[in-house]
Design a protein around this ligand. Structure first.
Ligand SMILES: *Cc1c(COP(=O)(O)O)cnc(C)c1O
Length: 403
């Protein structure tokens, strides 16, 4: 029997932050107080008319929302099946969906009287979005980043510095994302009174998966309305790439109670034989990471496995607790696209539509291309989560121009 999702968003997660069997808050004692403060403040402030009004104005006048929904006609014709529509988050200010939740988190920080935003970043995308929000609100910003990533993601380091953000190099362990998370938490715990920790996806302890989802809902609300206006119908299939899962939850949340198939797309990297992937839902088992429960790629001791994707925004061994729940509930299905399929979709979108997508987003496009052919008719709505500027050197140096 089809489940009713009409009041799902109001009731999920529950008061303790559980999405079914997933989520919650597994915290060291010294973090319990600060997380509760953020939780209580969010519930109160985010419902206030002033907050809602200010965030709406920011979306419109600063971010340039609503972003368009676009019918990719030439690509659809080439696939020879369903019509493919793109929700253009690549046209959101800073070139990706991440600013949607960073502006929300920073606005909350302002209302809470905080002076400083703290976070970690891997590829630098979350760092740049948060540094942008900090500049907008005149808040300090401190981003912790592994030294390996600093060397690899130089343009984003420059962006953060131009935006006035302090980039803190992390030089212990593997010098990548995991160490950066520890380092950022440590910095936050030194002064939770004046600072706030800003998570970059629908992951982490309660209330972050809920909060980030709520701030990303604008994507789905806009896209649903735009799609209906353009076609008079709802899409048959809705899809997005899933790293932590924020752009996907933003889009999916608007369609849960509709008769649409919903598909999350995970990176299969170099394929399962090598183990070099980050397909958490497809190959993971329930476990705990960074203070919450979710599907997790892990070893026999429950330690997160090393993961890989050519799209660095997707290479996380965990996934949002809400995705984990919606998979078990059977409401959202999860598929994979590997590096080769991602590249093919990347080049096709460049040549057929004049849109250079982020490699993350190209995973969702790859799935849509396959699915469109299979369906033969109907429609697919894809969240094009970001633009590909950040990936240009990597693509040109390693793969060429798609000739
Ligand atoms: C960070 C990023 C992602 C992955 O994050 P989610 O939380 O899964 O959305 C996807 N696309 C782009 C363009 C990104 O920058």
């Amino acid at each position: 029997m089809k489940k009713d999702y009409s009041d799902y968003l109001e009731n999920t997660p529950d008061a303790a932050g559980n999405f079914g069997d997933y989520g919650g808050a597994f915290l060291p004692p010294q973090l319990e107080g600060p997380m509760k403060d953020i939780h209580d403040a969010y519930l109160k402030i985010s419902k206030s008319a002033d907050f809602i009004h200010e965030l709406r104005a920011i979306r419109k006048h600063y971010q340039g929302r609503p972003t368009p929904t676009y019918y990719a006609k030439r690509m659809s014709e080439q696939c020879g099946g369903a019509e493919i529509y793109l929700k253009r988050e690549d046209l959101n200010h800073t070139g990706a969906h991440k600013l949607n939740h960073c502006m929300g988190e920073a606005l909350l920080a302002k209302y809470m009287g905080k002076k400083k935003l703290i976070a970690e970043t891997g590829a630098g995308q979350h760092g740049v979005a948060l540094a942008t929000a900090a500049a907008y609100f005149g808040l300090e910003c401190e981003i912790h980043m592994g030294e390996v990533d600093i060397a690899k993601e130089h343009p984003n380091v420059i962006r953060m510095k131009l935006l006035g953000c302090k980039v803190v190099p992390v030089s212990h362990g593997l010098k990548t994302l995991k160490e950066a998370v520890d380092s950022a938490f440590e910095a936050y715990l030194k002064d939770p009174e004046n600072s706030i920790y800003c998570i970059g996806s629908v992951v982490g302890p309660h209330p972050f998966p809920m909060m980030v989802r709520d701030f990303q809902r604008v994507v789905g609300i806009e896209a649903r309305e735009q799609f209906q206006e353009m076609t008079g119908n709802l899409p048959d299939v809705v899809t997005a790439c899933v790293g932590g899962g924020s752009n996907a939850m933003g889009l999916f949340s608007a369609f849960l109670n509709d008769p649409c198939e919903i598909w999350g797309v995970e990176p299969l990297g170099r394929g399962t034989k090598t183990g070099d992937h980050a397909a958490t839902m497809t190959y993971g088992m329930p476990g705990i990471i960074h203070g919450f429960k979710c599907y997790l790629l892990q070893d026999e001791n429950g330690e997160p496995s090393p993961v890989y994707s050519m799209a660095s925004g997707l290479d996380y061994p965990g996934v949002g607790p809400e995705h984990s729940h919606l998979k078990d509930a059977g409401r959202v299905q999860y598929a994979t696209a590997d590096d080769r399929e991602c590249l093919d979709a990347f080049y096709k979108l460049c040549r057929l539509e004049g849109i250079i997508p982020a490699l993350e987003s190209a995973h969702a496009v790859a799935f849509a291309m396959k699915k469109a052919k299979e369906m033969g008719s109907g429609s697919i709505l894809v969240n094009l989560s970001g633009r590909g500027d950040k990936d240009l050197d990597f693509i040109a140096d390693n793969y060429g121009y798609g000739d």
